[in-house]
Design a protein around this ligand. Structure first.
Ligand code: URA
Length: 415
């Protein structure tokens, strides 16, 4: 195979054959195709797209780069959810242990931060000791024991996605429909599920800016999933303002813990319940009860302990990662919040150090934005609109203009 010719073929709008796609993915996974060539191909795919057939073969090749989970006979239904990327998205941290309170197994494979959106694995790694790399046998044992695991792609599981995901994160090639479909669906196919719900986001802070594009993405994932013996649905949700009131790794873990303790922002609670109800055996009211009576929290603690994490620090996680500089941004007038731009807030969190700008970058778990006002809430002059958590003065000064622009305040409606 002459790899530069394949890049040129895609660059010029050609269709890659199933054999070419399979060779690209196996060569890349084995390290025979360097990152710079794979990045060029990803950019060509970003601009030229892929047919349904190419997307299916890409997903299949990425799945085949690793193992598929096999379960003991007569084990409970296997269920999961996956999101297409969110600002302040912390649903997985709550939903996985919540679903495991039900008579189901939750074999969740997630990813790291991607572009301006946060990632479940980075958030889990804020918990000291938490191990996101379980092998197949240990993962199955954990399902038998507590009904849930939360892991990442590895040398065993979706290794092609592990490598391509990290490259896309830093090469401007994330918002590509075929690349998102293959990345998500290879992980979900590897989980070998009975039921799957996809949370497809649209709006300012989403990879798909319009509802139509998000619907196209949802439908494309359903088409890839048709070959699976899995009941799949998707839920479209707007991502114009951040989810909840916190953006940034440790800040989001603290907010997720709040929800698991029966508190937390209503938008997060409602979305978790809406998604979980689509794949659970139990009805929504029972799921809500498990959030409020401590069952989901206890399951989360068991999950953290099972994966070598330090559960004793969970409730004080925000203080472990307290950033050296915390600055309030206040309102310059009385009024009502009419917009809280998720894209600007996600970008600010990335610039503060909450995301990667190069593949090898280490994330700063402490930084981010908290206490965000929500659209529709009233504010008074000098009242805080948000708190910015920064490591250095330079970083803080860089993001303040962006964050001031993110909050739009209109007149209070006195009707
Ligand atoms: N989640 C993934 O796993 N991959 C993507 O490309 C986007 C969201």
């Amino acid at each position: 195979m002459h790899f530069p010719s394949l890049i040129e073929k895609k660059r010029d709008g050609g269709e890659l054959s199933p054999e070419e796609i399979a060779k690209v993915i196996s060569g890349f996974t084995r390290g025979e195709i360097p990152d710079y060539q794979m990045s060029a191909l990803a950019m060509a795919i970003f601009f030229r797209g892929m047919s349904d057939m190419e997307t299916w073969h890409l997903t299949k090749a990425m799945l085949k780069s690793g193992q598929v989970f096999k379960y003991p006979p007569n084990s409970p239904p296997k269920v999961d959810k996956h999101s297409t990327g969110a600002i302040g998205g912390k649903t997985s941290l709550i939903l996985a242990p919540l679903l495991a309170c039900d008579e189901v197994w939750v074999p969740m494979i997630s990813g790291r931060g991607l572009d301006i959106t946060g990632g479940t694995l980075d958030k889990l790694e804020c918990i000291p000791g938490f191990n996101v790399n379980l092998g197949h046998r240990r993962a199955i044992k954990q399902l038998e024991h507590i009904g849930v695991f939360m892991i990442g792609q590895s040398a065993e599981i979706c290794p092609a996605d592990k490598k391509l995901y990290a490259l896309r994160d830093v090469t401007g090639t994330v918002p590509s429909r075929p690349l998102i479909v293959a990345s998500i669906m290879c992980k979900k196919l590897a989980e070998n599920l009975d039921r799957l719900v996809l949370n497809v986001r649209f709006g300012k802070g989403a990879f798909m800016k319009t509802r139509d594009k998000a619907e196209g993405l949802g439908e494309a994932m359903l088409r890839v999933g048709e070959a699976m013996d899995t009941k799949i649905s998707y839920l479209l949700t707007a991502m114009d303002e951040p989810m909840g009131r916190s953006v940034g790794n440790a800040l989001e873990v603290a907010e997720a813990i709040d929800v698991l303790r029966g508190r937390g922002p209503a938008d997060v609670v409602n979305l978790v319940l809406d998604l979980a109800a689509r794949v659970a055996n139990a009805p929504r009211a029972q799921l809500q009860k498990w959030l409020q009576d401590g069952s989901a929290w206890k399951k989360f603690v068991s999950l953290v302990e099972a994966q070598d994490g330090s559960a004793s620090v969970l409730e004080g996680i925000a203080s472990i990662y307290r950033a050296p500089l915390i600055r309030e941004i206040t309102s310059d007038r009385d009024g009502k919040i009419t917009a809280m731009d998720a894209e600007k807030i996600g970008r600010a969190s990335l610039l503060l150090g909450g995301g990667r700008q190069q593949v090898e970058d280490k994330i700063d778990f402490a930084v981010g934005i908290s206490d965000l006002k929500k659209v529709g809430e009233s504010v008074q002059r000098n009242e805080p609109l948000m708190r910015v958590h920064a490591r250095t003065n330079n970083a803080l000064e860089r993001v303040l203009p962006l964050l001031r622009e993110a909050a739009v305040i209109g007149d209070e409606d006195h009707t």
